[in-house]
Design a protein around this ligand. Structure first.
Ligand code: SF4
Ligand code: FES
Length: 377
C-alpha cells in the first residue's frame, strides 16, 4: 500500500527510489558507556522491547532481497546482547557483509573469536580520547581506555580489518593528530573522524562540545595533511564541523537513497535522528515487509526527489549535490524539516545559526550531560 507522499521532481514527474546498499541494525540501546554525544535518541528503547534474534534473521533476509549489501551491527553496545553471535550468523546466512560497530567493552577475546566464526567481516572500534583520563571522562566509564586498547590488540591478532571511529569536539579536537597516529599504531586501515553532530544527546551538550571556528579549520588541515601522508596505508573519512561551513553536508547521501536504519524495537528510520521530526510516522519491520517500507512508506518518500524543496534550495544548483542538507538539522534549527538546512550560507537563518554556534563555542563549561537510560531500562 502506498502512503501519502509520492516522490517527485520539481516539474511534478514521479521519482523512482534507488536501492539501499547498507543497513544499520541497532540491535540494542543498552551500553556500558555514557557518551554525551551519543547518536541514539534521548528516549532510549528498553531491553524488553528489543527484537528477538529470529525476527532480526527475517529482516536480514528481507534486506538481502531488497538489495542491501552490508549490515552495520551497532547499538548501544551490540555486545550487551548475549545472542550477538546468533544475530551475526544470521546476517552472514543472508549473504551480507557484517561490520561490527563496538565500544570494545564487554566483549572478551573468546567472544570475539566466536564472532569471527559466526561471520563478522570487519570491526569498527570507537575511541573517545588519546589518553586514559580523557577517554574515561568522555565515555563516563572508568577503565574504558585499558579495555579498548586490549580489545584493539585482539582485533588485529584475530585478523579482522579495523576501523577506528573518533568523534571529535571542542574537548579533544586539538589532539586530532595524536588520534590519527594512535589509529596507525593500532594497525587500523581506516579512521572515521566525525565532528560531533548536534542531535539528541549531543544537542544537550552543545555548550561543552561545540568546536570553535579555529578548531574546525585546524581539523580540516590536519585531515588534509594526513590524507596525503597516509595515502595507500590508511583511509581517512571526515565529517566536518558544518556549523562553520559554507554549505551543508549531503546527509545520508540524500534522504532514502542509499541506506536505512532499524532501531532495537524494529522501527525503520531513514536516518538515526529521523524521530526528531515530530509529524513523521514510522513503520516497524515487525509488521510491514522491508521492501514495502523502502519503496512506499511516507517516511522514506517524504524527502526523495526535489519536489518537496522550498527556496532557496529549489532554484539552487547544488540541490542534487547536497539535497538541501540535513532534514533533522532543519527540523531542530528552523522548526521545519522541509526548510533549507540552516547551516547553509544561503539559508535566511544562517547568520543566527553561526551566532549561536560561536556563542556555544565560546562557553567555558566542560560539564557533560551523560547518556543514561531512564530507570527501569
Ligand atoms: Fe544546498 Fe539548499 Fe544551500 Fe543550495 S540552498 S547549497 S541546495 S542547502
Ligand atoms: Fe536526519 Fe541528517 S540526521 S537527515
Amino acid at each position: 500500500m502506498k502512503d501519502q507522499f509520492q516522490p517527485q521532481d520539481l516539474d511534478g514527474n514521479p521519482v523512482t527510489p534507488g536501492l539501499p546498499m547498507a543497513m544499520l541494525a541497532e540491535i540494542t540501546h543498552r551500553c556500558p558507556l555514557a557518551c554525551p554525544y551519543c547518536s541514539n535518541p534521548v528516549e532510549l528503547t528498553r531491553a524488553a522491547q528489543e527484537l528477538d534474534a529470529e525476527t532480526w534473521a527475517r529482516i536480514f533476509r528481507e534486506a538481502a532481497d531488497l538489495g542491501v549489501l552490508q549490515v552495520h551491527i551497532s547499538g548501544g553496545e551490540p555486545g550487551a546482547r548475549r545472542d550477538l553471535a546468533q544475530i551475526v550468523a544470521s546476517v552472514r546466512d543472508a549473504g551480507l557483509y557484517v561490520n561490527l560497530i563496538t565500544s570494545g567493552i564487554g566483549i572478551t577475546r573468546q567472544r570475539l573469536q566466536e564472532l569471527d566464526t559466526a561471520g563478522v567481516d570487519h570491526v569498527q572500534l570507537s575511541l573517545q580520547g588519546i589518553r586514559p583520563d580523557m577517554a574515561d571522562r568522555i565515555s563516563g566509564h572508568p577503565g574504558s581506555w585499558d579495555k579498548k586498547m586490549g580489545f584493539a590488540e585482539w582485533v588485529t591478532e584475530i585478523g579482522f580489518p579495523l576501523t577506528i571511529n573518533a568523534v571529535v569536539h571542542r574537548q579533544n579536537m586539538d589532539r586530532l593528530p595524536d588520534m590519527i597516529e594512535l589509529a596507525e599504531t593500532l594497525g587500523a586501515r581506516r579512521i572515521e573522524v566525525a565532528t560531533v553532530q548536534f542531535h539528541g544527546w549531543a544537542d544537550l551538550n552543545r555548550k561543552a562540545l561545540m568546536p570553535t571556528r579555529e578548531q574546525a579549520g585546524f581539523a580540516r588541515q590536519v585531515v588534509n595533511d594526513a590524507r596525503g601522508r597516509l595515502r595507500g596505508r590508511m583511509v581517512i573519512d571526515y565529517v566536518p564541523a558544518d556549523h562553520h561551513a559554507i554549505y551543508p553536508k549531503a546527509c545520508m547521501g540524500g534522504w532514502g537513497s542509499t541506506g536505512l536504519n532499524i532501531g532495537p524495537d524494529g522501527t525503520v528510520l531513514p536516518c538515526h535522528a529521523a524521530q526528531t521530526i515530530d509529524w513523521m510516522r514510522f513503520d516497524n519491520a515487525r509488521d510491514r515487509p522491508l521492501a514495502d517500507i523502502w519503496h512506499d512508506s511516507g517516511s522514506f518518500n517524504a524527502f526523495r526527489g526535489t519536489g518537496w524543496m522550498a527556496e532557496p534550495c529549489r532554484t539552487c544548483d547544488r540541490k542534487t549535490v547536497d539535497f538541501g542538507g540535513c532534514r533533522c538539522q532543519a527540523m531542530a534549527m528552523a522548526g521545519d524539516a522541509r526548510a533549507t538546512d540552516p547551516v547553509c550560507s544561503k539559508s535566511p537563518l544562517h547568520a543566527q545559526v553561526v551566532a549561536r554556534a560561536e556563542e556555544d563555542a565560546a562557553s567555558d563549561t566542560a560539564d557533560l550531560i551523560y547518556r543514561r537510560m531512564k530507570k527501569g531500562g
